[in-house]
Design a protein around this ligand. Sequence first.
Ligand code: PEP
Ligand code: MN
Length: 263
Amino acid sequence: GGEYSEIIVSTPNGIVPIGKNHPTVVVAGPCSVENKTMIVETAKQIKASGAKFLRGGAYKPRTSPYAFQGYGESALELLSIAKQETGLGIITEVMDAGDLDKIKEVADIIQIGARNMQNFSLLRKVGSQDKPILLKRGIAATINEWLMAAEYILAAGNPNVILCERGIRTFDTKYTRNTLDLSVIPVLRSLTHLPIMVDPSHGTGKADYVPAMATAAVAAGTDSLMIEVHPNPAKALSDGIQSLTPVKFNNLMHKIFVIDQTI
Ligand code: PEP
Ligand code: MN
């Protein structure tokens, strides 16, 4: 325990440090990039509320092969437009190593999703390039398995890994999609120097529960948050139920700011 590191990410708006005693860094945006208007408008709104990074899926890891899979390369182009318009950093998921080069052209942080946490060849590939990696916890991964997955990236030569708690699968899925494990915040702090992110959107699966878990995570000492935000959640192509509107996101950002000042 004790010392933990910061990761310095450069974005068009400037350098954003994640970790140590820096203010909570907030990543926000839709589950999937759907069209130019929605991604650019969402980016402008979350920026005005204080987010430093825009998230948006281009390649989506969907349970069903018949569900919307993301718009792929054209979504990456829309993320690039949103980046130019706002200067926000970009986070998006890689599922296939073959897409890495084009993802790297727009992403400032590359996401490894929960379902690929133990895709060891993909971990080695993202470990041997220099963009920071957001490593989501596998849907039923132990803390040790998660840390060993991070170790694959570190061992391949990339020291910039952020660990993202996004809920784990437990016995009750009636009221929440996953069980958000906030106890990992102090546990990880005692085990690793790596910065921590918490994703209460996938962690709860319901927009109404997101603010309570987001503020709790900040109070517990997370370094960063990932919040799904959609201009019209009822019409979202994926994860609308857990997405905040930009107005609700703005209200949450005020609370986060107050807790950040207090702890
Ligand atoms: C996502 O961030 O949209 C996502 C698919 O997350 P996870 O891998 O945590 O399910
Ligand atoms: Mn999602």
